[in-house]
Design a protein around this ligand. Sequence first.
Ligand code: HGY
Ligand code: MN
Ligand code: MN
Length: 415
Amino acid sequence: MENIKPNLDRLKEDIEKIASFIDNSKLGHTRRGFTKEYKEARVWLREKMEAAGLKTSVDAAANIIGRLKGTDESLKPIMIGSHTDTVENGGMYDGTIGVLGGIEVVRILKEKGIKLRHPLEIVDFTSEEPSEFGLSTIGSKGMIGGLSEEMLQRKDSLGRVLSHAIDDLGGNHKKIKKLSRKKGSVALYLELHNELGPVLDKKKCPLGVVTGIVGIHRYRVIVTGEANHAGTTPMNMRYDALTFTSELILKLQHICMEKNSDDVVGTVGKLNVEPNASNVIPGKCEFEFEVRALHNEVIDEITAEFIYEAQGLSEKRNINIKFDNISKSSSVIIDEKIKEVLKKSCDKAAETMYLPSGAGHDANHIYEIAPVGMIFVPSKDGKSHCPEEYTSYEEIEIGVEALINALLNFDESWR
Ligand code: HGY
Ligand code: MN
Ligand code: MN
């Protein structure tokens, strides 16, 4: 069959349009989940889906779903998805190219008169990035019934409750569990994403087939020392929560670097200091850390070692420490058969290599109910989650072409 390419001008217009729904007071692209910009972007997105011929709905977890009928409606749907929220001061491609690329696939199929056997669902998953509620991948967790009552009751800094925020987006938190998708109810999940890392760009390879996706465990840690006068308290009479926290941060780095049998990474990316004044010894610190690896056992091992070491240090310094798990997503190893079909589909579009994903994705959760596959396009200089994030339109075009090939191949052969 001839190579089917997306209409790049149209796709480009969509990518640039959604990039206009941002918080202009921030750097780069900021469209945080549940904000005004996010809601406006999603109204526009839903209209785009309808215009492409998709029948849209919003599920209980506020995911926007556009459905295209298949010629055999007894088959389970193939799902293509990603997200349209961003991190703060983020880039314009993370997530958006997967959703908008999916809509472009639908338009191309229609123009070419191609009918799929399977029903097709294009999904914009609710708030994929870590949200103000201390939770990421809210929509995909919700879709599989993985949002616990405790999670739904979490509050953001303004005191808003997650369950209400989901309802406000058009979801229905009371029905999330009941209406969740069960194992086997989706034939296959595909996601096109920018790599968010340096491998493809460095190797000058336009396409990647993902072999596995890291699992992520996140914890909130509260360190309680004693605030006191920064001038009058001698160095050996202090219970400084921040110097202790610094020791912990370096400890996590050390443990992760020592463990080089697997590509494990650990990060403290969020830290609050109280009272945060130059002449007061910090009395309290609150930070969040995450550990990621391709094997869940490695994450468990590293986390256990860190917590053990931290507790030892806490006794030594007489400073209290408390750990709370915020979230755990399991790693994914992609099925051999899926990798094979994706490789064949990508090879037809451009040179392709296999690589793992160091970023987490909605696919981590959808994997609980369906086989998943991911295609990556390059991120220039490996930059992402920052304003410099960049993928050229030519690279996005190749990615969508590969996605079309993959969809057609799976639609024909997938059981
Ligand atoms: O944090 C992540 O890995 C993803 O970009 N949400
Ligand atoms: Mn991201
Ligand atoms: Mn993403």
